[in-house]
Design a protein around this ligand. Sequence first.
Ligand code: UD1
Ligand code: CA
Length: 461
Amino acid sequence: MNIGIILAAGEGTRMKSRHPKVLHEISGKPLLSYVLDAAQNADISRNVVIVGHGKDEVVEKISGENIIFEEQPVHQGTPYGTGYAVMQGISHVADEDNVIVLCGDTPLITSTTLTELMEYHDSQNNNATVLTTELADPTGYGRIVRKDEGSLEEIVEHKDASPAQRGIKEINSGIYCFSGKELKIGLKGIDNDNSQNEYYLTDVISVLVQGGYKVGAFLIEDSTQIHGINSRVQLAQADDIIRERINTGHMENGVTLINPKDTYIEPKVRIGKDTIVYPGAVLEGETVIGEDCIIRGTTRIVDSVIGNGVSIESTLIEKSKVDDGCKIGPYAHLRPDSDLGKNVKIGNFVEIKKSTLGDNSKASHLSYVGDALVGSGVNIGCGVVFVNYDGEKKYKSIIGDNAFIGSNSNLVAPVRVEDWGYVAAGSTITENVGEGELSIARARQVNKAGWVEKKGLKKHK
Ligand code: UD1
Ligand code: CA
């Protein structure tokens, strides 16, 4: 069996955060979740997560089948090192298992690389295989020290390295594949006699080399995958890398991104062919967007389902459904549980909340539609307000098909306008409007002839 041991107990001091490092997010997803997803997609069926600092928060936020949490005791505020962390998970390992050690702060590793690492490990009959890469600037990472004939000798931490060793560009990714039995042997052989007084997992490598075991390195070219996150700067760099991966994936699937560097799309978002996304778009959560859509301006769409051929400009859409052919914005806001039928038009400065609008209905300007069931072919004029709240409770409005709500009207809920009901502009509607009726609910206009003259207002000019 393949078992993952994921190290996530460290404090992450350099993040300067109240939250554990592995819960910081890139593209809306915690670092640790990236690592777990990569492991699961590489057929690593059980994953033991070693938690310590902020463990309650980690356990609360991260859950899933086949994820086991093991606690690493913290001694006088400091953990005891990566080797010590792995020891906390070793009881889950059988001698014949392959153990893949991963770091919760190295989220960019792909499942393909993990699969290749395990295949390499098996094909070479290795007892331990280290995933390595070459970096132009290897500062901070453990260096891969090889013997003259090229085989792996040891890993030396940056802080413990000699000037000559610091010149080595090949670094330890912190990701390894071990055979279960030899991992246990190696862990028994390490101590904490180093600059940080920690049990280094890296020392398992030299222990095994000295014991005559077969140890190898699997070098990958794509060094972005081992980008470790210790600071906010590295967090932002990782976000850039992830964004490029996600956005490239969409473009390869037939989506046009006008300026991919300025388009934020979270990992779970799906987008159909021939949709065009202009810069500034923020697409989040479980959002699904259909084909042939155009998304412009500073549009943010969260957990929503958008049909085909929809055009959206500078709009916020949250947890809502928008059917084919709708035109939305600029500057509209669909709040949660809005559900628009086909070819609905929602124009400038319109807010929709928890409301359903049938096919071909329109609210083109400056309206608030809340807690309403609106039929199809309805026209909601400029400035209409669905008055749904009396300060204590919310009430529903129901508007039939082909109704016409004149500009600047208030519909005081609960209220009903039947099919083909017309409401005159400026009305405050408190009672139901029957089918085909026109309702006028405003004071009758009075014109007073000669009033300005009588008041003597003209002489002031
Ligand atoms: C480690 C490696 C280094 C490698 C680098 C890659 C060691 C000694 N060094 O260094 O060779 O180049 O990763 O990113 O292994 N952790 C625990 N418990 C602990 C200590 C750490 O769970 O007691 C976890 C951390 O939360 C983190 C991971 O292990 O997720 C790596 O620890 P970190 O302190 O960041 O190690 P590096 O100094 O980066
Ligand atoms: Ca690290």
